[in-house]
Design a protein around this ligand. Structure first.
Ligand SMILES: CC(C)(COP(=O)(O)OP(=O)(O)OC[C@H]1O[C@@H](n2cnc3c(N)ncnc32)[C@H](O)[C@@H]1OP(=O)(O)O)[C@@H](O)C(=O)NCCC(=O)NCCS
Length: 194
């Protein structure tokens, strides 16, 4: 199965759907997203990563520079931040600590750039399980914000100082961009039929 097929499969998972919209009738996550187009549009300000367990894809992350990326999803936000989105596609792979491992690797990638001061995330206000997950990693809620006109989110932030305090082993030596071999960039095949 290629990467696009994994992303499409994960789009159907009810918890992933519920993490992306409060609409009770929604049946698919990231509605209107064509993954081939998304992957093709990646650039220095927006990248997707796939987490693999012994070669099996289990989840995905997107890391963006919210000030610079071209959709301006975060509207007006200061420079020198990163924004992370994460989802694990199969319930059987959740609640085993993989999400924490993924986020810690993502934090290392983000803070490897010495200019980055903090990471922001935007879970739906209704996604209380995700709030617990992020707070355990040192993220602090900062404010409610409506994204895309409809999505009621509770924005959280992890400063570089908090991250270094919580995970000193991850934070040193700063500038290490290795990811432990767990995160792979999608090798998308936009010319092949699905
Ligand atoms: C949010 C998400 C990424 C977290 O990933 P995860 O791998 O489930 O996270 P963890 O396993 O590190 O932690 C989740 C829970 O499992 C528990 N846990 C971790 N390792 C465990 C283990 N070995 N045994 C039992 N429980 C464990 C954690 O304590 C935590 O408990 P809590 O819910 O009471 O806080 C994942 O659940 C997910 O993809 N959810 C659907 C999409 C989503 O909500 N994405 C976030 C959008 S903002």
């Amino acid at each position: 199965m290629d990467d696009i097929a994994w992303f499409e499969r994960w789009d159907d998972d009810p918890d992933v759907v519920a993490a992306t919209t409060d609409r009770p009738d929604a049946t698919v996550a990231f509605e209107d997203t064509e993954w081939a187009d998304e992957f093709a549009q990646q650039d220095e300000y927006s990248r997707y990563y796939i987490a693999e367990l012994a070669g099996r894809p289990i989840g995905a992350m997107q890391i963006i520079d919210p000030h610079m990326e071209n959709t301006h999803y975060w509207e007006s936000i200061e420079p020198n931040l990163r924004a992370v989105d994460i989802w694990i596609g199969d319930p059987a792979d959740r609640n085993k600590g993989y999400g924490e491992t993924m986020m810690r690797l993502a934090c290392r990638l983000c803070f490897a750039d010495p200019a980055v001061t903090a990471i922001v995330i935007d879970p739906l206000n209704s996604n209380t399980a995700a709030h617990r997950f992020y707070r355990r990693l040192g993220f602090v809620p900062t404010h409610r914000q409506i994204f895309c006109g409809t999505d009621d989110c509770l924005v959280h932030r992890l400063t570089r100082a908090s991250w270094a305090r919580m995970f000193p082993d991850d934070a040193w030596p700063c500038g290490d961009t290795t990811n432990g071999g767990i995160l792979a960039e999608p090798h998308y095949k936009t010319t092949e039929p699905r």
